[in-house]
Design a protein around this ligand. Structure first.
Ligand code: FAD
Length: 302
């Protein structure tokens, strides 16, 4: 068996694997797509100490760094079950079972898509998901935020300080965000809120030039010219396969303590798949380090 088995090969998983391997213990990492969400990113400018990098380059650097150590890397493998017996057993979709004394779950998350024409086509060409990451790219421009929940309204408030104008499109007749956030939003001069709006299409040529929506009460179609669209309708953790095992939030995020421990002894978790309040590369790397040190601590005590 492994001492530490990491499930997931994004920033959290890579960091966990390196921290574990540096303790000289038997470490494995199994990942469906090594690099994770970083592979879907173009410019990265908030990984402190690295002024600018690109997603594909950072993903390659993560793998190269893991390979510096004696880590058993199993790529293109998807975990489908977890069970604690004598060891912790992780079952793979290919039928294999990996055994380990401790497991670090770092399966990340995915942004929920609006699934309208133009979204996929203009991803990274005006369609964005992370205001902390991509907000500054839209300085002085007009952007839309799709989604009036907490994350949408937080994004709109954040972006209003950077861009020239923010238009919020909410599908429902009311915003769902907390009222303090709504009050703050409505106090800003450069924000428009459109409720009952069903996004129909994100338009553009080589990059985004507008958004089309349908007024749900009248059926009338409207078009707004703008340069960016932030999709903020939810971040879904990749934890469905853990249902009925460890404790998760109602949204499916794995609940961890300050050492990264979950409710199953010996099982730790890190990164975007956990209830960490903020989801960023640097935060995932930090929590990966925490989970690996937590797992090492567990190993020397058990
Ligand atoms: P992920 O990166 O999601 O990695 C999860 C890993 O688990 C992957 O290897 C995946 O294949 C694997 N996996 C999932 N399920 C299974 C399974 N069942 N079995 C095996 N493996 C599995 N953050 C920043 O800090 N700066 C930015 O500029 C930035 N830009 C972004 C741009 C975009 C378009 C997106 C989508 C995100 C961006 N982020 C940015 C957020 C950042 O990418 C994430 O916070 C970070 O990647 C999370 O790391 P993670 O390791 O927790 O998860």
């Amino acid at each position: 068996p492994f001492d530490v088995l990491v499930v997931g090969g994004g920033p959290a998983g890579a960091s966990s694997a390196i921290y574990a391997a540096r303790k000289g213990i038997r470490t494995g990492i199994v990942a469906e797509r090594f690099g994770g969400q970083v592979l879907d990113t173009v410019g990265i400018e908030n990984l402190i100490g690295i002024k600018h990098t690109e997603g594909a380059k950072l993903a390659a650097n993560l793998e190269e760094h893991v390979k510096e150590y004696n880590v058993d890397i199993m790529k293109n493998q998807r975990a489908k079950g977890l069970e604690k017996k004598e060891f912790i057993e992780v079952e793979l979709e290919n039928g294999g079972v990996l055994k380990s004394k401790t497991v670090i779950l770092s399966t990340g998350a995915r942004w929920r898509n609006v699934n309208v024409p133009g979204e996929a086509e203009f991803k990274n060409k005006g369609v964005a998901y992370c205001p902390h990451c991509d907000g500054p790219l839209f300085a002085g421009k007009h952007v839309a935020v799709i989604g009036g929940g907490n994350s949408g309204i937080e994004a709109a408030i954040d972006l209003a300080g950077i861009v020239s104008h923010v238009t919020v499109l909410e599908f429902a007749p009311e915003l769902k965000a907390d009222s303090v956030l709504q009050d703050r939003l409505y106090s800003l001069p450069n924000v428009t809120v459109i409720k009952n709006a069903q996004t129909k299409e994100i338009t553009g040529t080589d990059k985004v030039n507008g958004i089309t929506y349908v007024e749900r009460d009248t059926g009338v179609e409207q078009h707004i010219e703008l340069q960016g669209v932030f999709v903020q309708i939810g971040l879904v953790p990749n934890t469905d396969w853990l249902a009925g095992t460890l404790e998760r939030t109602p949204m499916g995020e794995i609940i961890v303590d300050r050492q990264g421990a979950t409710t199953i002894p010996g099982v730790f978790a890190a990164g975007d798949c956990t209830n960490s309040p903020y989801k960023q590369i640097i935060i995932s790397m930090g929590s990966g380090a925490t989970a690996a040190l937590g797992a090492f601590d567990y190993l020397i005590r058990n």
